[in-house]
Write a protein of this length. Structure first.
Ligand code: PLP
Length: 379
């Protein structure tokens, strides 16, 4: 028995995201893990990802089964030795999650936190590196998806280069659309996944790691399945994955990378998202919503708005009514204020931005929400 297919909604979220029909259809055949063609796909995907990071000849790509968090945990556990110490730059949930990973790992770290609407503080980092000689690694999030805020990657990279600290970047929601190039920013590792700006389906996380750092990481990892050193060693020696590979996800990822190149790579993809973001921010402003972030801090990935203070606004009803009209948005993740988020990544364009804006206008009219501004105290 098959389920009755329903038209898929547009996913305006931080992921999973809307993918192209051709990416989806790349999953329609089965592959054996030792299949020569599958091994060739694996090699091609890994090489392409290294190329996208500007790391050919210096860095390697280590993919891992699972969602992005698996790759984050694996990278931190593999690259930061038990005797190391990290400083984590936090301004949202994903920075905090990395601190939680360190707690699980029982490895030494400290946190430099700024409020969720404020980028990482590079001056505070400089002071911290000056005064705490035990620090070996700096860990940051390029675009903190909690709000969509862009963090000062270049300035942090430059500081790490000057002070000789290793930089690890969670580039989960940025890689493929925002620039991060190993020839310009000296990073030890970046971490991302198949299903954000690269527009594959979820199921693979990966790290692009400086070869020398990976070579020196043997024995650091506390976990068999998360050990990127072993994952890489096995893949290099056999061309295969250490454990059952996510075959269909990889085939879809290969197609997604082809489409990424056809769109003009990082620049082309970033330009489409920028247009989406611009249209969305303008449209929401015209509807009377207040955005959380000033434009210059806003990455073209996901946008955050305060919920209207009008008592007739009810987020659950709003969400359900938009979903009914074919648009899935996302609740807020802020600790300080009631917000919601609308993403502009995935296989979507300005037509979908116009579509969701029209749907929002109609739903607010239905709800009778005339005043869309937040509480005076919050705005
Ligand atoms: C910046 C960032 N880091 C890490 C993650 C975690 O990825 P996942 O939910 O795939 O485990 C996300 C997910 O949205 C993210 O945006």
């Amino acid at each position: 028995m098959t389920k009755t297919p329903k038209t898929a909604p547009w996913l305006l979220t931080p992921g999973p995201l809307t993918t192209s029909p051709t990416v989806k259809s790349a999953m329609l055949r089965d592959w054996g893990s030792r299949d020569a063609e599958f091994i060739a796909i694996n090699r091609r995907v890994r090489e392409r990802l290294v190329e996208l990071a500007g790391g050919t000849g210096t860095h390697v790509c280590v993919p891992l089964q699972g969602s992005g968090t698996f790759a984050v945990e694996a990278t931190l556990a593999t690259l930061i030795p038990p005797a190391g110490k990290a400083v984590i730059l936090v301004n949202g949930a994903y920075g905090r999650r990395m601190a939680a990973i360190f707690d699980y790992l029982r490895r030494d770290y400290r946190v430099l936190e700024t409020p969720e609407h404020v980028p990482n503080d590079v001056q505070a980092l400089a002071q911290c590196l000056d005064t705490d000689a035990a620090i070996t690694h700096v860990v940051m999030v390029q675009c903190e998806t909690t709000t969509g805020i862009l963090n000062p990657l270049e300035a942090v990279g430059e500081l790490c280069r000057r002070t000789g600290k290793a930089l690890i970047v969670d580039a989960m929601s940025a890689f493929g659309a925002l620039p991060l190039d190993a020839r310009e920013t000296r990073f030890e590792a970046l971490i991302a996944s198949s299903n954000k700006c690269l527009e594959g389906v979820p199921g693979i996380g990966f790290a692009i790691v400086r070869q020398g750092a990976l070579d020196g990481s043997r024995g650091n990892c506390h976990s068999l399945s998360l050990d990127l050193y072993e994952q890489h060693r096995y893949m290099e020696s056999s061309g295969q994955w250490r454990f059952t590979p996510p075959t269909h996800v990889l085939a879809a990822f290969d197609q997604a990378l082809l489409e990424h190149a056809e769109e003009g790579g990082v620049q082309g993809r970033g330009a489409r998202y920028e247009k989406n973001c611009e249209r969305l921010l303008q449209g929401m402003h015209d509807l009377g919503f207040a955005a959380l972030l000033p434009r210059k801090m806003q990455a073209p990935i996901i946008t955050t708005y305060y919920q209207p203070a009008d008592p007739r606004f009810d987020f659950s009803a709003f969400y359900a009514a938009l979903s009914e009209r074919g648009y899935v948005i996302y609740p807020g993740k802020l600790t300080q204020a009631e917000t919601f988020r609308i993403g502009c990544i995935g296989r979507v364009g300005v037509a979908q931005m116009d579509g969701v804006l029209a749907a929002i206008a109609a739903v607010l009219d239905e709800m009778g929400v005339e005043n869309r501004s937040p509480d005076a105290g919050v705005a």
